[in-house]
Design a protein around this ligand. Structure first.
Ligand code: ADP
Ligand code: MG
Length: 505
């Protein structure tokens, strides 16, 4: 009996030892894998880093490139396009105006009524729709017929009152979020498509004419009277409410900025006859490039696989269309180099399957178990990962978005520098510029990325304070303008009716 007991005890001890050994081995293996993941995360953080010194170099580079783009056509990656907008709305405008806004993801149609005072601005109707993906690589005819049919539906539902009181054609501003070489306030040709659009026969076409043609074919009583870049619309809306507004930035599907420049500084434009001595310049900053930008292997791959490779490098680091895809690429690589995400998901290999709104939802998930992260990962074909892996995903979102927001802040500071409003004037000029340095400056900001992603806003504000310093940053007001691009374009059209428009010679 005693011997049996000894044998059983020994056997139990042997089994326990072997189980313990297996468990220890597994734990060691798991730790080793996790160490690898921690290493990958560290690498990621380092490559996405945007220290203050680097941001300041970018600010300088942007100001220099802006100058170069103003001196000669093609002098910089920043196109610095003329807009033929010299006077911005001020609140005194009257009448009923329409705008059709083709963005990167949405199109909007609005009708506004202006009563001659700021307080009487009335947005009478506004419609927002997703742009059907089938349009992105369709034909010019299909695109403009689609827009005209949407306009037709919009005006059909308004009844008779609004037009009968005018007894003239409806005046419409076409807000267009792609690079256009304007020839006047009401005309301009497409330079190139961006943000996933690829309608080949359209480059070089007059955009306003294309829309007018489609509208006429449907017999609609609409005059396409202005062609307005979306940033210029946002600036107009900002200026309408607050005359200290001198620049506007869009953070939506893509990203771009415009600002008010002195005409004598626009050297490439020989004779810009303006009444105000200034003109709004559309920077097309999405195409900004500098060796100081923290370009990573993820950016290089994303660019190489995009429809417009070697183009829009800045936009691809900060635009809402791209942030989700950068995060997806990071998760995919981590899942390829370790098995913390389980078997590699084929869904995760699909470009643009992870949208930036999902990135913000994961980043701002405040549930203790990170439920939102778990749900989104499940949709990406990554079910059931432990909490620490979900936390890792949140960290990846943070790293990618923080870089974007800090680069965005450097962009805004670059404009302020160009205008001498960043507080960094040279010693010789300091005395005379003291007053100007402290002048209140408003930057209108619009776009779904900015308005819907709190962490993006917070990181951008923080970086602006870092770059400008608290004193100057206090004078810089970032004002969010919901639907500013669309409403502002209608306001701009209204103001162009009361102010002489300009033409280039
Ligand atoms: P458009 O670019 O068509 O003018 P928006 O300005 O509304 O449209 O921007 C839409 C983009 O904003 C989306 O493509 C997406 O990248 C981003 N976005 C929208 N909602 C969110 C969100 N909740 N979090 C982060 N980004 C968002
Ligand atoms: Mg937009």
């Amino acid at each position: 009996m005693g011997r049996v007991l000894v044998i059983l005890t020994t056997a139990a001890a042997v089994v326990a030892c072997s189980v313990a050994t297996v468990m220890v081995r597994r734990r060691v293996k798991r730790r080793r894998k996790w160490r690898k993941v921690v290493g990958l995360l560290k690498e990621l953080e380092e490559s996405f880093e945007t220290p203050l010194g680097r941001l300041r170099q970018m600010v300088d580079a942007i100001a220099v490139e802006m100058q170069a783009g103003l001196v000669s056509e093609g002098g910089s990656k920043l196109k610095m396009l003329l807009t033929f907008v010299d006077d911005l709305p001020n609140g005194s405008e009257r009448g009923t105006y329409y705008a059709l806004h083709l963005g990167g993801s949405y199109f909007r149609i609005i009708r506004v009524h202006l009563g001659g005072q700021r307080s009487s601005l009335e947005v009478q109707d506004i419609e927002r729709h997703s742009i059907p993906t089938s349009l992105l690589n369709s034909t010019s005819e299909v695109l403009f017929d689609f827009l005209a049919s949407s306009l037709q539906r919009f005006i059909e539902k308004e009844g008779h009152e609004s037009i009968s009181s005018q007894d003239v054609k409806r005046e419409l501003a076409f807000t267009f979020s792609f690079p256009v070489k304007q020839t006047s306030l009401s005309s301009g040709v497409l330079i190139k498509w961006t943000k996933g659009f690829a309608i080949s026969e359209m480059a070089g076409e007059d955009i306003a004419e294309c829309l007018q043609g489609a509208v006429d074919r449907r017999g609609l009583d609409i005059h396409v009277a202005a062609l307005v870049n979306d940033t210029v619309g946002a600036l107009s809306y900002g200026h309408y409410h607050d005359p200290d507004t001198i620049a506007a930035v869009v953070f939506g599907t893509g990203s771009n900025a415009c600002y008010l420049e002195r005409t004598d500084a626009i050297i490439k434009c020989q004779n810009p006859r303006t009444t105000s001595g200034s003109m709004v310049v559309n920077m097309e900053w999405g195409n900004f490039w500098s060796s100081r930008l923290p370009r990573t292997s993820y950016d290089i791959e994303l660019d190489a696989e995009s429809l417009n490779s070697n183009d829009m490098g800045f936009e691809k680091m900060i635009g809402g269309m791209y942030l989700g895809d950068i995060v997806r690429r990071v998760i995919l690589r981590m899942s390829q180099e370790s098995d913390i995400f389980g078997p590699i998901s084929s869904i995760l290999s699909t470009p643009f399957v992870l949208r930036t709104n999902s990135v913000s939802a994961m980043h701002e998930d405040d549930t203790p178990e990170l439920h939102e992260v778990a749900t989104i990962l499940k949709h990406l074909g990554v079910p059931k990962v432990p909490l620490k892996v979900r936390k890792l995903v949140v960290k990846i979102c943070d790293v990618v978005t923080r870089r974007a927001a800090r680069l965005a802040a450097a962009g805004i500071s670059g404009i302020l520098k160009k205008l001498g409003r960043d507080g960094s004037v040279g010693e010789g000029r300091r005395r005379s510029s003291d007053k100007q340095m402290m002048r209140r400056t408003v930057v209108a900001v619009e776009g779904g990325l900015y308005s819907n992603y709190r962490m993006f806003r917070e990181y951008m504000d923080e970086a602006l304070r870092d770059i400008l310093g608290e004193d100057v940053a206090r004078q810089v007001v970032i004002k969010a303008m919901e639907d500013g691009s669309s409403i502002g374009s209608a306001l701009l059209l209204a103001s162009s009716h009361s102010v002489r428009t300009i033409s280039n010679i």
